[in-house]
Write a protein that binds this ligand. Structure first.
Ligand SMILES: NC(=O)c1ccc[n+]([C@@H]2O[C@H](COP(=O)([O-])OP(=O)(O)OC[C@H]3O[C@@H](n4cnc5c(N)ncnc54)[C@H](O)[C@@H]3O)[C@@H](O)[C@H]2O)c1
Ligand SMILES: [Fe+2]
Length: 379
């Protein structure tokens, strides 16, 4: 048996660590960062606070904020132009997975000339991501994707008409600045959806095929942390401990999914591109049916998930029902029809789910018919 893994990201974690980002940009010998954020964040005081921190420390930042949830290649091109115009030498990504991923794609485009879809991991594009990319400091403001420590970026590419995963160890941020206080102002619905995304990463990583006991251990611990803290973070947005545990668990999720993801993400990606559903909600709705699907192949591992979730019923059903109950406790719909998906969309959703690369790591092989059955079960 041979396997390869690495966990090398420098992580600054705790209340107020946003203050330390400038110091790390200076260590990286950079002085003109492009702050990449989004419109939603611009409505808060966080970008201005960040820019002030950078300026006070002698850096000369510029801000690019034209990124939407589920970012597109067009937005990446606009960000790349903003980087060049500012003559930037580093990127500070501030926000949820969308600006963090957009920033990673901008990193690639700075010194790679081909259209973004040429770097699609599914087509072996990782081997084309070469050389030194501009350094990236990543500051998450949601507790969901863990993009601040992950090697991937998910961008909707118009030419491919789907979400493309860009993947390379070079995309791992130089520093992850994880300040739980930045998540206190998250709207309750986004807390719920992104928290369920973090749960899906840990569950998928634990269930993924392959040998990686280190990732497995991290995933099980984070599943427990999310089950214990997501309802509190949802109900009491300024609860210090709940926000801290959720942010740590989401970062742990992305460390764990170095092992791989699975069918949940392959089902979720087309739900965002075809129906516009948020990434977290899509994962949340598809998780219970995917647990039952995988439970046929690996019942003992699904039982371990149930145990980590803290339920007494440590069966496959216990795991699936506990995830549904957790989603309900944070006010999320648990059926696709409740989220506006129509029966007639299942065919195209299933085809796109098959084209998605995540299910290749799933413990149970997935066919087109399985994808269709899973969507039907969740409708
Ligand atoms: N790179 C990875 O490893 C990875 C993993 C999973 C998902 N993703 C991708 O990440 C994206 C989703 O990211 P996300 O779930 O973090 O959501 P997001 O970045 O799309 O943000 C959702 C909304 O929350 C707002 N927001 C974020 N932080 C806020 C705050 N502190 N206060 C107020 N509003 C705030 C944003 O403005 C936005 O409107 C998807 O495109 C998904 O495919 C990437
Ligand atoms: Fe995800």
């Amino acid at each position: 048996m041979k396997t390869r893994f690495n966990f090398p990201t420098r992580i600054l974690f705790g209340q107020g660590v946003i203050e330390d980002v400038a110091e790390h940009l200076l260590i990286l010998e950079t002085s003109r960062p492009l702050v990449v954020t989004d419109r939603g964040l611009m409505a808060t005081d966080i970008p201005e606070r960040l820019v002030n921190i950078l300026r006070v420390n002698g850096l000369e930042p510029s801000t690019f904020y034209k990124v939407d949830p589920n970012p597109t290649d067009e937005q990446v091109e606009a960000g790349t132009a903003a980087f060049r115009e500012h003559e930037a030498d580093a990127i500070v990504a501030l926000g949820g997975g969308s600006p963090l991923d957009a920033a990673k794609a901008i990193q690639i485009r700075i010194n790679h000339g081909e259209p973004l879809e040429e770097y699609d991991d599914l087509k072996g594009g990782d081997s084309k991501i070469l050389g030194d990319l501009p350094p990236l400091a990543a500051i998450p403001t949601t507790a969901g994707t863990g993009s601040e420590v992950s090697r991937s970026a998910v961008i909707t590419v118009a030419a491919a008409d789907r979400k493309v995963v860009l993947f390379s160890p070079r995309l791992m941020p130089a520093v992850a600045v994880c300040d739980p206080e930045l998540t206190y102002g998250l709207p309750a619905r986004i807390t719920a959806e992104t928290g369920m995304d973090a749960l899906s990463h840990n569950i998928e990583a634990y269930l993924a095929a392959g040998y990686h006991p280190m990732a497995d251990g991290i995933a099980l611990r984070a599943i427990r942390m999310i089950a214990q803290n997501l309802p509190t973070a949802f109900e009491k947005p300024k609860d210090e401990k709940a926000r801290q545990e959720m942010l740590m668990a989401s970062t742990m999720g992305a460390v764990a999914f170095q092992k791989g993801l699975g069918v949940i993400h392959s089902l979720a990606h087309p739900l965002s591109t075809v129906t516009g559903m948020s990434h977290g909600l899509a994962n949340s709705i598809m998780m219970p049916v995917a647990l039952r699907f995988n439970g046929i192949e690996i019942p003992e591992r699904v039982a371990m998930v149930a145990h980590a979730l803290g339920t007494k019923d440590t069966s496959v059903e216990g795991a699936a029902n506990t995830v549904t109950a957790l989603a309900e406790s944070v006010g999320l719909p648990t059926a696709l029809s409740e989220a506006g998906v129509k029966e007639e969309q299942i065919e195209v959703l299933s085809e796109k789910a098959m084209q998605d690369g995540c299910h290749t790591c799933n413990a149970r092989e997935c066919t087109l018919e399985d994808m269709s059955d899973l969507f039907k079960e969740a409708i």
